[in-house]
Design a protein around this ligand. Structure first.
Ligand code: SAH
Length: 239
């Protein structure tokens, strides 16, 4: 049972129901597997992962958490979808991933328990599934050390992202189950930038993620009109 109010139980149920397929690279989770090397390399290019204390918020089955641990970070993955966490744990056991643990706890609750403990916090493809994304951004800001990095990724809200990320991905190409994303919950870069600013995180870099349905490939670019990522930093206390 989770006691956090910043949760949509229907969202958690969606991810729990599919959890057994999380590590199947040809399943609904194929897009996450495909973007993972791109986001991992981008993160690693900005902040060293070796020996870093890393937190992955909304880790799901652990695709990014596992990969960061393999780059040498000590990783905690948190989520509220119980089955997804079990799958993450099982995968770590089977794949013998070193230094990764998983916990069912909300970002807000962990922020009270472990403020300022992490060199790097990642929160990918998760903000668009919660009722109050700004509260998650604030929790991430509390969890990261002064001078540490917080990475977010989500989906922009405009006519193009509606066509590509919802109509295209869910209805035309069938890459994602119908109802994976709701338009109203998508987040414009200007909105995410405001949540970051209000919480005291400084936006350092932005990247778009583009997809070609013919080649079925993703790549990073400056185009943030559909999928995008933010690299933010908590100012160091001296700076
Ligand atoms: N971050 C992972 C998984 C993205 S899927 C990746 O990019 O590979 C979205 C995840 O957000 C799911 O695992 C879902 O259970 C989780 N989630 C949704 N609402 C949440 C909440 N309020 N607290 C924590 N996790 C949540």
């Amino acid at each position: 049972m989770n006691t956090s109010s910043n949760v949509d139980p229907a969202e958690l149920a969606k991810f729990s129901d599919l959890a057994h397929r999380w590590w199947d690279k040809d399943s609904e989770f194929r897009p996450l597997h495909q973007i993972n090397p791109l986001r991992l390399d981008w993160i690693a290019s900005l902040c060293p992962l070796a020996d870093a204390a890393a937190l992955d918020v909304g880790c799901g089955g652990g695709i990014l958490a596992d990969a960061m641990a393999r780059r040498g970070a000590q990783v905690l993955g948190i989520d509220l979808a119980t089955k997804a966490l079990r799958v993450a744990q099982l995968h770590a056991l089977e794949a013998q991933t070193p230094n990764v643990t998983y916990r069912e706890v909300s970002a807000e609750a962990l922020a009270k328990e472990q403020p300022g403990q992490y060199d790097v916090v990642t929160c990918m493809e998760m903000l668009e599934h919660v009722p109050d994304p700004a509260a998650i951004v604030r929790a991430c800001r509390t969890l990261v050390k002064p001078g540490g990095w917080v990475f977010f990724s989500t989906i922009n809200r405009n006519a193009k992202s509606f066509l590509f990320a919802i109509v295209g991905a869910e209805y035309v190409l069938g890459m994602l189950p119908k109802g994976t994303h709701s338009y109203d919950r998508l987040i414009r870069p200007s909105e995410l930038a405001r949540y970051c600013r209000d919480s005291g995180l400084e936006l350092r870099h932005t990247r778009g993620m583009e997809y070609n349905p013919l080649t079925r490939r993703y790549w990073l670019s400056a185009d943030t009109s559909v999928n995008y990522m933010f690299a933010t930093q908590r100012p160091s206390e001296l700076g």
